[in-house]
Design a protein around this ligand. Structure first.
Ligand code: ADE
Length: 224
């Protein structure tokens, strides 16, 4: 039984989903003069949409969740609040996914207030309709059951976090692990195989971090 509903997304899927999204934008008749990528998740889809729609102008905005010190509550902030003039331009704001939608809403409000485009529409590859606070103007896929999409551009950071979470829990009863034990349990928890490059890099990271100790070629011991 998987513990976190996860879907591994391939580069080929990203190209095909971005193409599908671009097609919807084209069919609607909207011709953006500029694309705005939400950093960091919107970078790849935004660049592909520029390619598929023939848009030359691409800028970005970093809207990010952060945890306030000593508080559980998370809120989104705009980092690097530079100003540009988009008056007279039709803009398209692009992100990978609308989950709660908070960071995207914050980016939208900032752009409308500070960059003042003539028009701003929002596009995302995926829209998690039951949890999202708004519906993007364009989306390629409606997701009806919350899922973690393991996109190719966060593969290492996700693998590190997933592996850490799994080891901290399973490590309560099992201290010694082989590579096969770790990757096998990972696949049991998350139902995905990220491949050797990512498994090995994540393991190296967790050894450096001190969560794991490598005692011989194929033996890892939980440090605590
Ligand atoms: N970023 C925010 N929500 C996400 C999700 N459900 N999957 C992948 N990346 C996300």
């Amino acid at each position: 039984m998987v513990k976190v509903k996860t879907k591994l997304v391939s580069w080929d899927e990203i190209v095909s989903w971005s193409y599908g999204l671009a097609l919807k934008i084209k069919e609607s008749g909207y011709k953006p003069d500029i694309v705005i990528a939400v950093a960091r998740g919107g970078y790849v889809p935004a660049r592909l949409i520029c390619d598929f729609l023939g848009v030359e102008n691409l800028v970005s905005i970093q809207s990010q969740h952060w945890t306030e010190a000593a508080k559980k509550a998370e809120r989104a902030i705009i980092k690097f609040q530079y100003r540009i003039d988009l008056s007279g331009m039709k803009a398209l704001l692009v992100d990978d996914i609308v989950d709660t939608g908070e960071s995207l809403m914050l980016a939208r409000d900032f752009i409308l207030r500070e960059w003042k485009p003539k028009e701003l529409r929002i596009a995302a590859l995926q829209w998690i309709s039951p949890v999202a606070k708004f519906k993007p103007d364009y989306y390629y896929m409606e997701v009806k059951e919350w899922t973690w999409f393991q996109y190719p551009w966060t593969r290492l950071e996700d693998t590190i976090q997933f592996m850490r979470r799994m080891l901290l829990e399973e490590g309560k009863t099992k201290k010694e692990w082989s590579y096969k034990d770790i990757t096998g349990k990972f696949m049991e928890w998350y139902g995905i195989d990220v491949g050797e490059l990512y498994f090995k890099s994540a393991l190296e990271y967790l050894v450096k971090e001190g969560l794991l100790r490598k005692v011989c070629e194929d033996k890892y011991v939980l440090a605590k």
